[in-house]
Design a protein. Structure first.
Length: 242
């Protein structure tokens, strides 16, 4: 496997993260997928392998520096060069400002911002030596607009967006493509289906984002020639307002 290219997906959840991993695996990349519980990645790994691809699961708390460093080093040593890294951890919570505890705010920041810093820094460390690679950070509506009740989430997502901008300016001239995506709308997930049935009913009209189509956009970002790199890409259903 040492000759294989690897994609690292941190936050390989059941919807968008899994779709991204499957998309890159279809192109011959070893999908290195990470979330806190490696056991929860078993169905994704099995799906990728059943489809003829390769995958490896990593149980990793992306907020823990030592774990992130060890994961990247293991992939580079045992799988192959990380050609693309995707940070896809969410942290979407909704609390009024007076109900937002210090613990909640700090945890959301650690999940959505600090973990993004660790993932980006370590991916950049190994990509710099090769002068190539793609880093994609998944943002949200909250990355550009702080809604009522989203102080923790929007604060963290604003921080992640500025991290991506800073890294793009530093790493772009070194051949590393850094992109930030704004997922501006509901995604086809069990959470939306169970909690927002009216919104989910718009699925057949193309009214919510399909994770597989998001994954296609991520693959396209990775394939862009460097004379036409996109830094920020916003994705929303045709009926979603700006």
């Amino acid at each position: 496997m040492s000759a294989q290219k690897a994609v690292l997906v941190v936050g390989a959840g059941d919807a968008t993260g899994s779709a991204i991993a499957r998309r890159f695996a279809r192109e011959g990349y070893v999908a290195c997928v990470a979330r806190r519980s490696a056991a929860r990645l078993e169905p994704l790994v099995a799906t990728i392998e059943n489809d003829g691809g390769q995958a490896r699961a990593f149980g990793c708390d992306a907020r823990d520096e030592a774990q992130v460093v060890a994961m990247v080093d293991t992939i580079e040593a045992e799988v192959g060069p990380i050609e693309a890294a995707v940070f896809n951890i969410g942290g979407n919570v909704h609390f009024g400002i007076n109900e937002t505890t210090a613990r909640v705010y700090r945890k959301v920041w650690e999940m959505s911002a600090f973990a993004g810093f660790l993932t980006g820094r370590e991916a950049a460390r190994v990509m710099r030596a090769r002068q190539r690679g793609t880093l994609i950070f998944t943002g949200a509506t909250a990355s550009i607009r702080g809604g009522a009740g989203f102080s923790a989430f929007s604060g963290a997502k604003f921080a992640l967006r500025s991290l991506a901008q800073s890294m793009a300016r530093e790493l772009g001239p070194e051949g590393i493509h850094v992109a930030h995506t704004i997922i501006d709308g509901a995604i086809d997930t069990d959470f939306i289906r169970d909690n927002f049935p009216d919104r989910y009913a718009l699925k057949d009209e193309g009214g919510i984002l399909d994770p597989n189509h998001i994954a296609d956009a991520y693959w396209q970002l990775h394939c862009q020639p460097r004379d036409t790199w996109t830094h920020e890409l916003d994705l929303r259903p045709w009926m979603e307002t700006f």
